[in-house]
Design a protein around this ligand. Structure first.
Ligand SMILES: Nc1ncnc2c1ncn2[C@@H]1O[C@H](COP(=O)(O)OP(=O)(O)OP(=O)(O)O)[C@@H](O)[C@H]1O
Ligand SMILES: [Mg+2]
Length: 266
C-alpha cells in the first residue's frame, strides 16, 4: 500500500450518552482509493464512529483529521462542504420526490439568467439530464429519472442514496449498512455500485454485517469492539471465522498474528 496516503483519520474518539459509553477512545484510518469495511457486533459503536467522522455527532474527546488537517465538524453539511458524503443507517431519501430531485436535494440548480436569480426558478431539465448521466455512469438501471422514489424497490432506493453520495463526495463516501434488508440481487447491485465508486477514485467507508460481502469488496477490514478499534486486518490473508472471533472477543486483538494485519504505510 506504499502509494496510498491517509485521507481521513480519527484519534482517541470518545462519545458518551449519559451513562452509555458509545465510543471509547476509538481510532480510525482511511487511505485514498480504498474500501475500508467496518465490522463489529450490534452496539459496538460503528454508527457512532461514522456519525462523528461525518459531522452528525460531535465527539466528547479525540481528534478528526482530513488530509492531515484537523477538522471540527459541527454538522453533516460542514463535512459535505469539504467532500465527505454519508448515507446513514436510517436511510435518507425523500420518497415522495423523484430520482433526479433526490440526487439534487439541497443542491438544486437554478435556471441561468434572471429566471433563476430573481425568481429562483429551478432548472429541472438540466438536473434531469445530469442525474440521468450520473446514474448511467454508475450503471444503475432505473426506468425513468422522473420516477418517484417511493415506487422503487429497496435496492433501487439504496442505489439512489449511494448515487447521491458518490455524485457529491469529492474525497470520502461513508455508507452505514447500505445492503441491510436487501435481497441477493439488490445487494449485488449496491456492491457493484460501491466498487464503481471506488474506481472513480473515492475512498469508501462501508459498515457491513455480511462477511461474504465484506470479504468480496473490502481492501481492509476495521474490526470494532466495545466502542473502539480492536484491529485492522487484511481480507486477502485473514479468514472470516478469525474476523468473527476478534469481533466477539473469542480471539484477543493483541494476539492476532501480524501477518493478518493491514496497517497503512504512512
Ligand atoms: N443517541 C444515543 N443515545 C443513547 N445511546 C446511544 C445513542 N446512540 C448510540 N447509543 C448507544 O451507543 C452504543 C453504540 O451504538 P451504535 O449505534 O454506534 O452501534 P452499532 O455498532 O452501529 O450497532 P448496530 O450494528 O446495531 O448498528 C449502543 O449501546 C447504543 O445503544
Ligand atoms: Mg449501526
Amino acid at each position: 500500500m506504499s502509494d496510498k496516503r491517509i485521507v481521513m483519520q480519527g484519534i482517541g474518539l470518545s462519545k458518551r450518552f449519559g451513562h452509555v459509553v458509545a465510543m471509547d477512545h476509538a481510532d480510525f484510518e482511511l487511505a485514498s482509493g480504498e474500501i475500508m469495511a467496518v465490522v463489529g457486533d450490534n452496539g459496538a459503536g460503528k454508527s457512532t464512529l461514522i456519525r462523528v467522522l461525518s459531522g452528525a455527532s460531535v465527539p466528547d474527546e479525540g481528534k478528526v483529521f482530513l488530509d492531515g488537517e484537523e477538522v471540527h465538524f459541527r454538522s453533516p453539511l460542514e463535512a459535505r462542504l469539504v467532500g465527505i458524503e454519508t448515507v446513514y443507517q436510517e436511510l435518507a431519501v425523500a420518497t415522495e420526490m423523484d430520482v433526479a430531485q433526490n440526487l439534487f436535494l439541497g443542491r438544486e440548480l437554478r435556471k441561468p439568467g434572471w429566471a433563476g436569480r430573481w425568481f429562483r426558478q429551478l432548472d429541472k431539465a438540466e438536473m434531469r439530464a445530469q442525474a440521468a448521466e450520473h446514474m448511467q455512469a454508475l450503471g444503475i438501471r432505473i426506468q425513468s429519472i422522473r420516477q418517484k422514489v417511493e415506487t422503487l424497490s429497496g435496492g433501487q432506493r439504496q442505489a439512489v442514496a449511494v448515487a447521491r453520495a458518490s455524485a457529491w463526495g469529492r474525497k470520502v463516501v461513508i455508507l452505514d449498512e447500505p445492503t441491510a434488508a436487501l435481497g441477493v440481487r439488490e445487494t449485488r447491485q449496491v456492491l457493484d455500485l460501491i466498487l464503481r465508486v471506488r474506481d472513480h477514485g473515492l475512498a469508501v467507508v462501508l459498515i457491513c454485517h455480511n462477511m461474504p460481502d465484506v470479504f468480496e469488496i473490502a481492501d481492509r477490514i476495521h474490526i470494532h469492539r466495545l466502542g473502539r478499534r480492536a484491529t485492522v486486518v487484511d481480507p486477502k490473508v485473514v479468514k472470516p471465522n478469525q474476523v468473527v472471533a476478534i469481533m466477539t472477543g473469542a480471539l484477543d486483538a493483541a494476539s492476532v498474528p501480524s501477518a493478518l494485519l493491514a496497517p497503512v504505510a504512512a
